[in-house]
Design a protein around this ligand. Sequence first.
Ligand SMILES: [Zn+2]
Length: 93
Amino acid sequence: MASLRVCENGHDYYKSSDCPVCPICEQQRKPAKGFLSLLAAPARRALENEGITTLEHLSEFTKMEILALHGMGKSSLPKLETALISKGLCFKA
Ligand SMILES: [Zn+2]
């Protein structure tokens, strides 16, 4: 039996499992910030400092521009590239 729960943001949702995650909050969080959660904190901050919080925005930069950001490491680039490709996007050539 699903039971009615209310999350900390006030969403009503039904859940039958013990998982306390609110599906509405999850959906709101994912499109904008989903790919940022793949990154280490310094790389994430590097993008946020530039105001880059969506893949669409990220695709307006070249690989070299992103790599030049303070805090961005080489290991983050493949993750970003994979995230871009999954949305049908790519870095600027
Ligand atoms: Zn919620």
